[in-house]
Design a binder for this molecule. Structure first.
Ligand code: NAP
Length: 250
């Protein structure tokens, strides 16, 4: 099978135990990468993904860390350097929602989402960039269409993902001289555990606004993320690609 990556490229995927992150980890492995799977609490599910990757003849490492915790993120990247000499690809995907209207939102709900989605993206991107400083690499952030267009009930989440997009554009300019590309995938509604929390009425309304008339799959996001991370996208940096069935106009 032809692969997008040079055989044995070392990749990290955060939030790789379930949903979009698990699909990205598998897609990277299918395309030639050995993959380190980060997760926070779903150890059993992460191990299942690792087994599937090993079944493809690739290496899989489990690296538990809360991406919002500076010390845990530093320890995770130290382990990657010790075991593999570092990574050349980082897909920064971990994320959470805690929806509610802004006027009624508690500070803790705000901090919870900003802490994982924005601070987590910052901490993991900082260490990835440092690890790629001498040999170059590629970073892909998983943001959201909510971070571009906003979405009622998601002030904390939209702010976090909008912040990720601005941070990624900035990092792309800072890291380009080091041979590091930085891009963003912004999914719309994707069929994972995360959207199971959306109330049925809101989901029905959302589906009506999607020109392709359905939710996307995690695999459909994964293929786009793998492409952007790979040398096939070698002249693409600082860009945001929406994967949303045509939902938003950006
Ligand atoms: P999901 O099924 O809920 O999976 C979330 C993943 O993130 C899990 O692997 C989880 O690990 C991990 N995670 C959460 N908090 C973490 C933390 N503090 N440290 C490390 N890992 C953490 O969500 P998903 O739908 O696949 O979403 C993946 C990404 O896509 C997120 O950034 C999300 O915002 C974005 N996105 C999703 C959609 C959608 O419709 N599904 C749309 C737009 C954007 P554990 O299993 O260990 O908890």
């Amino acid at each position: 099978m032809s692969t997008l990556f040079p055989e044995g490229t070392k990749a990290l995927v955060t939030g790789a135990s379930r949903g979009i992150g698990a699909a990205i980890a598998l897609a990277l492995a299918e395309h030639g990468c050995d993959v380190a799977l980060n997760y926070r609490s779903s150890a059993g599910k992460a191990e299942e993904v690792a087994e599937r990757i090993r079944g493809l003849g690739r290496e899989a490492l489990l690296v538990r860390a809360d991406v919002g915790d500076e010390a845990q993120v530093a320890a995770m990247y130290r382990e990657l350097r010790t075991t593999w000499g570092g990574v050349g690809v980082a897909v920064l995907n971990s994320g959470v929602t805690a929806d509610g209207h802004l006027a009624a939102m508690s500070s803790s709900k705000w901090q919870e989402v900003i802490g994982t989605n924005l601070t987590g993206a910052f901490l993991t991107a900082r260490e990835a960039t440092k690890q790629m400083y001498t040999s170059g690499g590629s970073i892909v952030f998983i943001a959201s269409t909510s971070g571009i267009a906003g979405r009622a009930g998601q002030a904390n989440y939209a702010a976090s993902k909008g912040g990720v997009i601005s941070m990624a554009k900035t990092l792309s300019q800072e890291a380009a001289p080091r041979g590091i590309r930085v891009n963003v995938v912004a999914p719309g509604f994707i069929d994972t555990d995360m959207v199971k929390k959306v109330p049925p009425a809101a989901m029905k309304e959302a589906l009506q606004a999607i020109p392709l008339g359905r939710m996307g799959t995690a695999e459909e996001v994964a293929q786009v993320a793998a492409f952007l991370a790979s040398p096939a996208a070698s002249y693409v940096t600082g860009k945001v690609l929406t994967v949303d069935g045509g939902m938003i106009h950006s």
